[in-house]
Design a protein. Structure first.
Length: 409
């Protein structure tokens, strides 16, 4: 305790040389700024993750069942048939999804046709992302309708209410491609406009997907009883994680059950990797800030040489002297960490409330105008522990080395 008291006195007392006071302030500010940056940047990545999750929710189902191997499976598989009788499922729909060639007049685009059943509107919150004056309609007794992504409409230059039908082509599953007449190797069909499109604000969907009736997809791709997925919406109050585990056990190894995050694993893995790399990069900045503390301690040890000699004459051993300066270096790190965390938390809360840091102007193409921020308590704790560990490790060996030389001098 005596070593700690002396260390605290050294931290807060005015030094004889003003330059040491300046370096001390710079060291604390350096640690505080790096700590604040870590809190804010980790919170921004959390915000982007939650923003992406909220946007996917409007298009993706709560749970999706796909084949573990291959593209398709039979809709009358006994395990799939039992799904309809499983307690906890509110809506269940079969899906056929594959790549197609889309054509409107002279424009062409490669896209993804998602054939769904009539209850797809109850499965997802598709109504919340529709644009246009029409309604979500898949078919009527005369024609089939297609609801494209807003980006695909721009690519095909067809408009929300395209007047001519959208031509859809898919290669035949059997037979060889005829070089003399390549068109004979494709099946084609037509989709008409219900006057709406969807806008998820994600290029993966908006630039590629077309929602269509599952019967048209079955004709186009040559499927009879095959489907590519079963999409599920759970009843209110059902624990999604627990239900997913029970469903995986029930379906066995032939099927894979994916929640929304697993359906978009590529996107969320990128966010996770970027967040980790930012954490590593900022940790290196904290190490550099720790070097400033080493320089400060070096000057302080030289200034307190007489004090160290007096403590030695009074019976203090080398370990006690080492602890004094070690506590001082660690104390400076913790002061900077505390100040940085407070500043980071305040800045994140202000951004959440006022959105004063924006992604662009009023005509920004982003889904939100301000940087999304979500403050997680575990990130705050991780940041504080990181600063504490780095502060201790960076000063431990230099302090021991300098005190040993000072004692031998």
């Amino acid at each position: 305790m005596l070593s700690l008291k002396i260390a605290l006195r050294y931290i807060f007392s005015k030094k004889r040389h003003n330059v040491i006071n300046i370096v001390s302030g710079v060291s604390i500010c350096g640690v505080a700024i790096a700590t604040m940056a870590m809190v804010c940047i980790l919170s921004v990545f959390n915000g982007f993750r939650e923003l992406a999750a909220s946007l996917f929710t409007a298009f993706d189902p709560q749970l999706k069942v796909v084949a573990s191997a291959g593209k398709t499976f039979l809709k009358d598989d006994p395990k799939i048939l039992r799904l309809a009788e499983t307690d906890g499922i509110a809506v269940m729909t079969h899906v056929i999804e594959d790549n197609v060639l889309l054509r409107y007049k002279e424009k062409q685009a490669i896209g993804v046709l998602k054939g769904v059943e009539d209850n797809f509107e109850q499965l997802t919150m598709i109504d919340s992302i529709l644009v246009g004056n029409g309604d979500f309609v898949l078919n009527d007794p005369v024609v089939d309708y297609g609801i494209p992504g807003i980006g695909l409409i721009g690519t095909l230059n067809c408009g929300l209410k395209y007047l001519e039908p959208l031509e859809v082509y898919a290669p035949k599953r059997e037979g060889k491609i005829s070089m003399a007449n390549p068109a004979s190797s494709f099946k084609s069909d037509y989709l008409y406009s219900p006057g709406v499109a969807f806008a998820v604000q994600q290029a993966k969907y908006d630039n590629s997907y077309v929602i269509a009736p599952i019967d048209l997809a079955r004709r186009l791709f040559g499927y009879d009883k095959e489907i590519t997925a079963v999409e599920l919406k759970l009843q209110p109050g059902v624990d999604e994680e627990e239900f997913e585990r029970r469903l995986e056990k029930s379906l066995g190894s032939d099927f894979k059950v994916m929640n929304r995050f697993e359906q978009q694993a590529d996107v969320f893995n990128i966010v996770r990797i970027e967040k980790f790399m930012s954490y590593v990069f900022l940790s290196f900045i904290l190490v550099v800030s720790g070097l400033n503390i080493i320089g400060l301690l070096s000057m302080l040890i030289i200034e307190k040489r007489d004090d160290v000699k007096t403590l030695g004459d009074m019976g203090a051993d080398r370990k006690m002297i080492e602890r004094i300066f070690l506590y001082e270096g660690w104390g400076i790190s913790l002061i900077g960490a505390t100040a940085g965390i407070v500043l980071g938390v305040v800045l994140c809360l202000l951004q959440q409330r006022f959105q004063f840091i924006t992604l662009g102007g009023e005509e920004s193409l982003f889904a939100v105008t301000g940087y999304p921020v979500s403050l997680y308590f575990r990130d705050v704790i991780l940041t504080f522990l990181t600063v504490a560990v780095i502060g201790f490790v960076t000063v431990w060996y230099p302090v021991k080395l300098m005190c040993r030389r000072l004692k031998n001098a």
